[in-house]
Design a protein around this ligand. Structure first.
Ligand code: TYM
Length: 332
């Protein structure tokens, strides 16, 4: 079976609707035909300052949300990035074939470093995409299900794989990104031209999987729209309504056209109320199951240890091959 790899940062206790529709839904669907490996990328999370106690809790909460959303340990491997040292080790090797200019062109780095300012921007944030390439390349990954914001990082990963292969001989599989058509980019409900993100300007624009249903409903009700009355998909002039239609289509697996038809002549209030119901119906079982799983942290830790063991065996094999190819003396 072809390998799938993906990960999310445990930078908050709750995942959000963008994480869910942009990636997690696909992770679950791919389990039937692939050999999936899903990772909680704590090494990536510390590229911006994290409170240590909160980070530990957020790692468990993130893993619990993967499971609650349908990641099935009979078919998938689930582990925490820092439990498998080969990720950091391969990242070092890959950093030596990454151009400084190439890394400087990563738009996510440019955005984040602009936001934090030069002094708060770390070398870790700069080399972040190289670590991501290591995550993916360690497992001979074919397919990487992610949202649109990871597209450029995937391109870099492909470039590094190709460069290593041509310099040292065929070693890595060159992976493909899998980016959903409808929900590759979910926008903030209060600021519908900015992508939904944990670092949202206002909490009202961010729909968390672990929000209480009444909170979710309120966020949709107060979503920013426009001064027209027509429910029509037009991201240029109607970003708010278009985002709501995009979320609705993705979560209900319907087409935008059929939703436009259904809401023709009806008000924005109707759309928001119905959408809130559809979203709550989809995410509240995930919330409930996550809270159950978090009741037993020892069991979660045990499941993560099993995953780490499986991942380590696979990752170590690739790392040994890489070390051999670059000419490191084998340890006896
Ligand atoms: P992260 O933690 O920022 O986001 C996790 C996943 O959610 C997707 N996503 C979105 N999709 C649609 N609309 C949005 N508003 C939205 N916000 C986030 C992201 O595209 C991602 O798929 N660098 C990665 C984590 C990572 C990784 C990897 C991913 C580390 N190593 C290896 C794949 C393979 C990140 O920061 O994702």
């Amino acid at each position: 079976r072809p390998v799938v790899f993906s990960g999310m940062q445990p930078s908050s206790d709750s995942l959000h609707l963008g994480n869910y529709l942009g990636a997690l839904v696909n992770w679950v669907a791919l389990q039937d035909d692939y050999d999936p490996i899903y990772c909680v990328v704590d090494l990536h999370a510390i590229t911006v300052a994290q409170d240590p106690a909160a980070l530990r809790a957020n790692v468990r909460a993130t893993a619990a949300q993967y499971l609650a959303a349908g990641v099935d340990l009979e078919r998938s491997t689930l582990f925490v990035q820092s439990h498998v040292p080969a990720h950091a080790e391969l990242a070092w090797v890959l950093s030596t074939i990454t151009g400084f200019g190439e890394a400087s062109r990563m738009t996510q780095f440019k955005d984040k470093s602009a936001r934090h300012g030069a002094d708060a921007t770390t070398v870790g944030l700069f080399t972040y995409p190289v670590l991501m390439a290591a995550d993916i390349l360690l497992y001979g990954t074919h397919l990487v299900p992610v949202g649109d914001d990871q597209r450029q990082h995937l391109e870099l990963t492909r470039d590094l794989a190709g460069r290593f292969n041509s310099r040292y001989g065929d070693t890595f599989t060159v992976p493909e990104a899998m980016i959903p058509a409808q929900s590759a980019r979910i926008y903030d409900l209060q600021e519908p031209t900015a992508k939904m993100s944990k670092s949202a300007a206002s909490p009202a624009g961010l729909v968390n999987l672990l929000d209480e249903p009444s909170v979710t409903a309120k966020k949709f009700k107060s979503a920013v729209t426009d001064t027209e009355r027509e429910i029509r998909f037009d991201p240029e002039t109607k970003p708010g309504i278009s985002n709501l239609l995009g979320i609705y289509a993705a979560i209900s697996r319907r087409s935008i056209a059929s939703l436009e038809g259904e809401y023709a002549g009806r008000g924005y209030g109707d759309l928001k109320k119905d959408l809130a119901e559809v979203v709550v119906e989809a995410v509240s079982p995930i919330r409930t199951r996550t809270l159950e799983l978090l009741q037993d942290p020892a069991e979660l830790d045990r499941l993560l240890a099993v995953g780490a063991q499986k991942a380590t065996e696979r990752a170590e094999r690739t790392l040994a091959l890489v070390y051999d190819r670059v000419g490191f003396l084998r340890r006896r």
